[in-house]
Design a protein around this ligand. Structure first.
Ligand code: DC
Length: 230
């Protein structure tokens, strides 16, 4: 394993657990770059749709992932994304885009195609990486690995509230069903399944307030960064 050029904080966990919030908070507070790896899989799913490639066509999806033409911009805690010069920030955030991302993510060829893209995000002054396999596959030598978890019911409740807040009408039962389906696929796939790295700090956020979760993440990050170079 080669040494990383900058400090990397890897945060993994299932969907709806609050990784995005934790990573956005930490990257703003530390002034670090942010890698939202899920958005890459979401883009591949969308690009397959645009190109008429079926999500179970492994070779076709791999080609699409290799040819991905995307750019990102972080401003005011918000990620904006373009693909083929078209802004797709909202298009990749739908529940369908999440399901499609989870389907293309089982494909090892797609995962390999996205590996360099993700590793190149480790730039000065440091990186906070959000995903499912940040601590296990993409950055196995990250200095701090955190695995956030929460019960499926609690994650579905939070996601449901987010969707209602953003004006989408959907039932809690439908969100719970989709989340169960995505969890099973993400955890049981052969290629880089969702799991905590052996050296990850595990935090169950089911009964934690947002502030308590962020407080614990901040504390771990501060300990890690203050020990660098010792
Ligand atoms: O974090 P997210 O909801 O945007 O991720 C969407 C899907 O992409 C997720 O269900 C599985 C896949 N994914 C992955 O396999 N590996 C990652 N590092 C990030 C996301």
């Amino acid at each position: 394993m080669t040494a990383l050029p900058v400090p990397v904080i890897a945060i993994d966990g299932p969907s709806g657990v609050g990784k995005g919030t934790a990573c956005g908070h930490l990257s703003s507070r530390l002034g670090f770059k942010l890698l939202d790896s899920g958005s890459l899989y979401r883009l591949v799913g969308l690009a397959c749709e645009w190109d008429g490639v079926s999500l179970d066509d492994d070779a076709g999806c791999t080609e699409v992932a290799r040819a991905l033409d995307a750019s990102f911009e972080h401003a005011n805690g918000r990620l904006r994304v373009w693909m083929n010069d078209r802004e797709v920030s909202a298009l990749i955030r739908t529940e369908k885009a999440g399901q499609d991302a989870s389907k293309v993510a089982v494909n090892q060829g797609v995962r390999d195609a996205l590996l360099d893209w993700q590793r190149h995000a480790a730039k000065w002054p440091g990186l906070v990486a959000d995903g499912r396999d940040m601590g296990t596959v993409v950055f196995p030598n990250a200095g701090l690995k955190i695995f956030l978890d929460a019960s499926t019911e609690e994650r579905a409740r939070r996601r449901h509230q987010q969707l209602l807040d953003s004006g989408q009408s959907v039932t809690l039962a439908a969100v719970l069903e989709e989340m169960r389906e995505r969890d099973v696929r993400d955890r049981t796939r052969e290629a880089a399944p969702l799991e905590a790295a052996q050296d990850a700090k595990i935090l169950d956020t089911s009964t934690l307030t947002l502030d308590a979760m962020l407080g614990q993440v901040d504390q771990w990050a501060d300990e890690y960064l203050s020990n660098l170079g010792n």
